[in-house]
Write a protein that binds this ligand. Structure first.
Ligand SMILES: [Zn+2]
Length: 70
């Protein structure tokens, strides 16, 4: 008695669009809000060049010096 669409467990939801992977999302910088890549798809967040520049100078892992023994 089950409908064919419900048998696979993930029937498409009417009114909700799920863009395929690699869809043209609108990429916005989470730091300054600049549009990194414009597109008709849903909004995603990233980081633009100017905002990412300071991170280039940082070490990948910031080591905390061990406290001297008391
Ligand atoms: Zn930015």
């Amino acid at each position: 008695m089950n409908e064919a669409g419900a048998a696979n467990g993930r029937a498409p939801v009417p009114g909700v669009s799920h863009p395929p992977r690699g869809a043209a999302v609108r990429l916005i910088c989470a730091w300054c809000g600049a549009i990194i890549k414009d597109g008709p798809g849903p909004v995603s967040h990233g980081i633009c060049g100017p905002c990412a520049a300071p991170f280039d100078d940082l070490e990948p892992v910031r080591r905390i010096p061990a406290a001297p023994p008391i």
